[in-house]
Ligand binder design. Structure first.
Ligand code: ZN
Ligand code: MN
Length: 155
């Protein structure tokens, strides 16, 4: 990411660097708010707007993949900035990258069938993660077990 910014002669401020670091280290597909929370530990004065701007710059540069959802929320993947499938928990909003080798074959099949040149794809699987599905099976524990905050996983 850093090299690509340098190549494009984009100024790398300590603030931008901090955002880059959080994105590169995160495995949980953070929302901008979560990135902001983390970066604010080092830069308490950094605004949410600055994080938004930087993340959208990185998105334009193709260094970050945005996962937009119908409720207008977005999550970001700085580790794999190219199209890849996701599995999403509808309850706690956990997002994982499953290994899905069959997708390449699928893309070729679709190209052959339709004559389209496939440039990107969006494949999301929705369901309950193991933790949430366990909780679902134990309704008595549901309240006790619920974590604080908005229930979203950390980045
Ligand atoms: Zn879950
Ligand atoms: Mn991902």
């Amino acid at each position: 990411m850093l090299a690509s910014l340098r190549r494009r002669k984009i100024r790398i401020t300590p603030q931008r660097l901090a955002i880059l670091r959080v994105l590169a280290a995160s495995k949980g597909h953070p929302a901008v708010e979560q990135i902001h929370q983390q970066v604010a530990r080092t830069f308490p004065t950094m605004s949410l707007a600055t994080v938004y701007k930087t993340v959208s710059l990185l998105k334009q540069l193709g260094e970050v993949l945005e996962l937009g959802f119908a409720d207008a929320s977005s999550r970001y993947d700085g580790n794999r900035p190219y199209p890849h499938p996701h599995v999403i928990c509808t309850r706690c909003r956990k997002i994982l990258d499953p290994d899905l080798a069959a997708l390449e074959t699928l893309a070729r099949e679709i190209a052959a069938e339709t004559g389209f040149r496939i440039e990107a794809h969006r494949v999301d699987f929705f369901g309950l993660c193991p933790e949430c599905s366990r909780r679902e099976g134990e309704p008595a524990l549901q309240m006790k077990d619920r974590r604080g905050g908005d229930g979203r996983p950390g980045p």
